[in-house]
Design a protein around this ligand. Structure first.
Ligand code: BTN
Length: 264
């Protein structure tokens, strides 16, 4: 099922104070993240959404491409101007948590989880990814862009991706209303944003409980080198650093760019 995004249906579902009240919708766009990055500062308002039915140069983490079939999925970015210009990784994970909770409720099962740092896994396959980018004007923080690609109605994936990617529709066995899904997801993301802003410890605890491998001994690549020993994944701290217990009983703390987890 491929369709043009229906804004009135989306707005009916939206119940936020500020998130998604302004939407820039395009039938086609290079990338929603790139669009919000290039927007002049006086055009960015907190909670602005850029959404498209087709990205021609969608970007993923680690300079990868993000592919998404036209009119079937959700590809959008959120523009934010938070007062707190740190802890962005926690905010990204808070958005990931909102997606996980939405998926679990929608599919009525405990089937979604966060693959650290920015992926959302549904029944062992990737269904969404997040690309967060901070924009500076000189040394001064200007805006944060949280870009989300979420496979909703896509049924076929290109060679090599079929084994590792899925969509909400494939897992549910029916087509999904993208507009309602997004409206409700933004309601949840705004709520998580509030928890993030208030630095609620419960947010960190819930994120941790939803990270794949939490509390388990996992493999670790540090600067792309696989370590000989396993580490126990203790979760993130309030700044978003990942805490790992090493075999000597010490706790190592890693920033998210530094490491990759190797879980089963
Ligand atoms: C990843 O898993 O590597 C992150 C994927 C992020 C894709 C989204 S789609 C909307 C936004 N615009 C982009 O160009 N990328 C993000």
């Amino acid at each position: 099922m491929s369709s043009t995004f229906d804004q009135p249906i989306f707005l009916q579902q939206l119940n936020t104070q500020w998130l998604g009240h302004s939407v820039r919708y395009f039938e086609e766009l290079e990338s929603t993240n790139t669009y919000l990055k290039k927007l002049p500062s006086d055009k960015i308002e907190h909670g602005l959404i850029c959404l498209t039915d087709h990205q021609t140069r969608g970007r993923g983490q680690y300079e990868r491409n993000w592919e998404s079939v036209k009119g079937q999925n959700l590809t959008f970015s959120i523009g934010l101007t938070p007062a707190d210009t740190r802890r962005f990784h926690v905010l990204t994970l808070a958005c990931a948590l909102a997606i996980v909770e939405k998926l679990n409720e929608f599919l009525n099962a405990s089937c979604a989880a966060i693959k650290w740092p920015n992926d959302i896994i549904l029944n062992d396959k990737k269904t969404a990814g997040i690309l967060t980018e901070a924009v500076f004007s000189g040394n001064i923080f200007d805006r944060l862009i949280i870009g989300i690609g979420l496979n909703i109605n896509q049924k076929k994936f290109s060679d090599g991706l079929e084994e590792i990617a899925t969509s909400v529709s494939l897992e549910k066995g029916e087509d999904i209303n993208r507009e309602q899904f997004l409206g409700d997801l933004l309601n949840r993301i705004e709520y998580k944003y509030t928890l993030w802003e208030q630095q609620k410890p419960s947010l960190i605890k819930t994120i941790n409980r939803n990270i794949i491998g939490y509390g388990q001994w996992v493999g670790l690549k540090i600067d792309n080198e696989l370590q000989d020993e396993l580490y126990k994944l203790l979760g993130i701290d309030e700044n978003g650093a990942l805490l790992m217990l090493n075999r000597d009983g010490g706790i190592d703390s890693f920033s998210y760019e530094q490491i990759k987890l190797v879980t089963n």
